[in-house]
Design a protein around this ligand. Structure first.
Ligand code: FES
Length: 321
């Protein structure tokens, strides 16, 4: 973990807090370099750990910048950033990790951002602009008022590559996704990157797949996701391989919750199947994958799963715990 200080906190658009973080001891603990699309884990003052994408240029060596939307359905993360963190607050963060990197072989990149999903996309635009790589950037928001980083984008070197699309705007400025996808389908080496809320992401990915885009050229990162959990979910058992302990997982209960009731703690963060923190090896049995973190190939291998949200298709799952 790294110790950082909040050197600047400002508000952007209607409800986005933008934080700049610098090392508390630049001499002894400089900030590690990061690549576009990377995120950090932030230990919040209320004890929660949340992931935030870095939205500044990867060329910045002395600061990290994050943007956090106040979420009305917050489970405590965004509220803590907005209400408990001030300029001067010190925080513990992880080194940057990147599950959403740019493909170096791309001949052209299409960047699609929905709402606060713009944060990793901004960092990608900074990087592609710095290396003079061709790209288009489409940024969809509800309205101009809730378009975070609007002034920064207009003042950037890549401003002419950006198209803004607002839900409350006229038809002409809306994102015509099918046309955009069709216009690049025949070209070789075009990669598409999308980040945003689940509905936006599902729309883009499903449209791209339907338009025949190869999976290897589609890159996405969920910004929180709904966990499908219901009391009518089938019960099953998980076995802790190290002790043999057998635990029943009830409908509407997660594997993490069931294990915790028996004193077995699994580290979690998002609890929505998007961050990868809780990944656990499966030694026997077939998981019912419900996460958005593992790839289709990893799901098919069935040798790991996300116990914060995924369940089991077999009566028993033996876990490497
Ligand atoms: S805690 Fe984030 S994927 Fe499980």
């Amino acid at each position: 973990m790294l110790q950082v200080r909040v050197t600047r906190k400002s508000m952007d658009a209607e409800d986005v807090a933008v934080l700049e973080l610098a090392s508390v001891d630049e001499e002894r603990q400089p900030l590690p370099a990061f690549s576009a699309g990377a995120h950090i884990d932030v230990q919040l003052p209320n004890g929660l750990v949340r992931q935030y994408s870095l939205c500044n240029s990867p060329a910045d060596s002395h600061r990290y910048q994050i943007g956090v939307l106040r979420d009305s359905a917050s489970r405590g993360g965004s509220t803590a950033v907005h209400d408990l963190i001030k300029e001067g607050t010190t925080l513990e963060i992880s080194s940057p990790r990147n599950h959403f990197p740019l493909a170096i072989e791309a001949s052209h990149s299409i960047l699609l951002a929905g709402g606060i999903g713009v944060t990793p996309i901004l960092s990608m635009a900074e990087r592609l602009s710095a290396i003079d790589a061709p790209f288009d950037f489409h940024y969809c928001t509800r309205s101009l008022q809730c378009t975070a980083f609007h002034s920064r984008i207009l003042a950037s070197a890549f401003a002419t590559r950006v198209s803004f699309h607002h839900d409350d705007g006229d038809e002409g400025q809306k994102l015509h996704l099918r046309e955009l996808l069709d216009s690049h389908r025949e070209a070789t080496g075009v990669h598409l990157y999308v980040c945003g809320p689940q509905g936006f992401l599902d729309w883009v990915i499903q449209s791209a797949e339907a338009a025949g885009w190869p999976a290897a050229q589609l890159h996405y990162e969920y910004f929180g996701a709904e966990v499908s959990k219901s009391n009518s979910d089938a019960e099953f058992e998980v076995q802790v391989s190290s002790s043999g302990l057998l635990v029943r997982v009830l409908g509407g209960q997660s594997v993490v919750e069931a294990l915790a009731q028996h004193g077995v703690q699994v580290e979690t963060s998002c609890e929505q199947g998007v961050c990868g923190t809780c990944v656990t090896r499966v030694l026997r049995g077939t998981p019912d994958h419900r996460d958005h973190y593992l790839t289709a190939q990893e799901h098919a291998a069935n040798n790991q799963f996300m116990p914060c949200c995924s369940r089991s298709k077999s009566p028993v799952l033996v876990l490497d715990l």
